[in-house]
Write a protein that binds this ligand. Structure first.
Ligand SMILES: N[C@@H](CCC(=O)N[C@@H](CS)C(=O)NCC(=O)O)C(=O)O
Length: 212
């Protein structure tokens, strides 16, 4: 059985991305959670993961140690899971917006860390963060307008793009970010989605450690 090593569900946005992709495959797996409440959690991740970071997917002898690499590996192993859209044009856009999230939006990531339990409207609303928010809403609008007709997600059905933008939905919610109607509808669909709400239920049961 595959194993996925993740960090605390309330905080670990990269873990959420890899975990959603694995859930999407429907394959059985064992979850190993390193709690960020443990004083030595950085050491624990260094001990298990070649990069010292999680998520880490373990499949037999194979270790896949990055959220995007996990998506690509799972897509090859489980093509029927639809992690990438079937249409090449949609797929190219999906890969572009996933790459943009994977390597960008540093202001948003630094100033609005994922904290599912937080309710701190106004926190982190700097000029740079609001520019990231505007670009993300543009991405969501373009994906939905061009490819979203078959369902409520960025490419209609749930894909890797949604795995990658799920943590952003929680950042917007925790910090009371004002959104346009398209973005609001997308956030609502995400929060109601089965595997996403399963993650949230566990995240809400965790001890919140970085309260201000
Ligand atoms: N590029 C990596 C980033 C992974 C990452 O930064 N993970 C954080 C948890 S969300 C981590 O493991 N941090 C451990 C540490 O900083 O010691 C990915 O996409 O998986």
């Amino acid at each position: 059985m595959m194993k996925i090593v993740i960090a605390s569900k309330n905080y670990s946005s990269w873990s959420l991305r890899g975990w959603l992709a694995l859930e999407q495959t429907g394959a059985p797996y064992e979850e190993i959670l390193i709690s960020t409440a443990d004083a030595d959690w950085h050491e624990q991740t260094k001990r298990v993961s070649p990069s010292g970071k999680v998520p880490l997917l373990i499949d037999g002898e194979l270790q896949v140690h990055d959220s995007l690499a996990i998506v690509e590996y799972l897509n090859e192993r489980f093509p029927a899971a639809g992690l990438w859209p079937g249409d090449p044009t949609a797929r190219a856009l999906a890969r572009s917006v996933v790459a943009e999230m994977h390597s960008g939006f540093l202001s948003l990531r630094m100033n609005m860390p994922m904290d599912i339990q937080a309710n701190e409207p106004g926190k982190g609303h700097t000029e740079d963060v609001l520019a990231d928010v505007a670009r993300i809403q543009e991405i969501w609008r373009v994906c939905r307008e061009r490819h979203g007709r078959s369902g409520p997600f960025l490419f209609g059905t749930f894909t890797a793009a949604d795995c990658f933008y799920a943590p952003v939905v929680f950042r917007f919610r925790s910090y009371g970010v004002a959104l346009d109607a398209n973005a609001k509808a997308y956030c609502d669909a995400m929060i109601e989605e089965g595997k996403v709400s399963k993650w949230v239920q566990s995240a809400r049961r965790e001890k919140r450690i970085y309260q201000e």
